[in-house]
Design a protein around this ligand. Sequence first.
Ligand code: TRP
Length: 332
Amino acid sequence: MKPRIFSGMQPTGELHIGNYLGALRNWARIQHDYEPIFCIVDQHAITVRQDPKRLRESCEQVAALYLAAGLDPGHSAVFVQSQIAAHVELAWIFTCTVPFGWLGRMTQFKAKLQQAGQKHDAVGTGLFVYPVLMAADILLYQASVVPVGDDQSQHMELTRNIAQRFNSLYGKTFVVPETRLPSVGARIMGLDDPTRKMSKSAGSPNHAVSLLDPPGRVRKVIGRAVTDSEPGVDWSGPGPGVKNLLTIFQAFGDWTDGQMERHFAGMRYGSLKKEVTAMVNAKLEPIQRRYGELMDSRDYLRGVLRDSADRVAPIAEATMRRARKRTGLYGL
Ligand code: TRP
């Protein structure tokens, strides 16, 4: 049997080329080597305030992007977290298993608390227990492989610790997922600040290229990307902005290092940006076309989400039965 894989993204903000090259495209490329489950984690999204109408629409938009990026719904389950109530049920059991201190040490929570000026009344409890829900997502399906970015490695370590703790307290119940992360693809940095990973929540309009940006906007944002004061591409040691543009081109084009060097060494930045723009637009075009078709076929899209949820529900229910029984909960 192929190993089971689980991953997910939040339906907030617009998915950008960093999400695509760093995760989505790789999910599509490796899906047939695994038994894949891909989730849209709307319950994680409500850890911060969301507009209800927009959140629901975003779930279908992200589902359409998953498929447009190449996830095959005949093979991969693609569903929304809140369709399966067991995620939160298992999260509650884990919440009661996890020492408070483990969560207090999560750097992502500490960063959010700091952003809120250390005011505990200004951060939701959901942000604090966020990693417990993430552990439940993964362990509910007994997934052994979880492709996520390195920014999630502390949450993954916590997930393993929760599985091990539950197993040692109550008897072997959960698969402990591997720490080894399959290669998740390129790490794309912000175009306005190549020292920071491209992020959905960065406020600046010149930070990211969204997967749904029209060609003119792609040209504008890449045209404004930070480079450096060299006259052209210094292949032996490009600055972070130039390196990021080259990475974007190479990842989209699947070029070898040799091809890249022959083509780009010494190239002026104006030409570099033109080439990157042309490559990005050429690769986004089919994704956007497929996305448009899927958004125009809502019944089909909703059918994929429903069928996938139906397909994974028995796996979740089998885990829950065992987890309830082991914990001594009355309702089985
Ligand atoms: N926390 C993840 C992120 O921000 C999203 C996520 C939630 C996730 N549950 C998951 C990723 C389970 C992998 C597996 O990227």
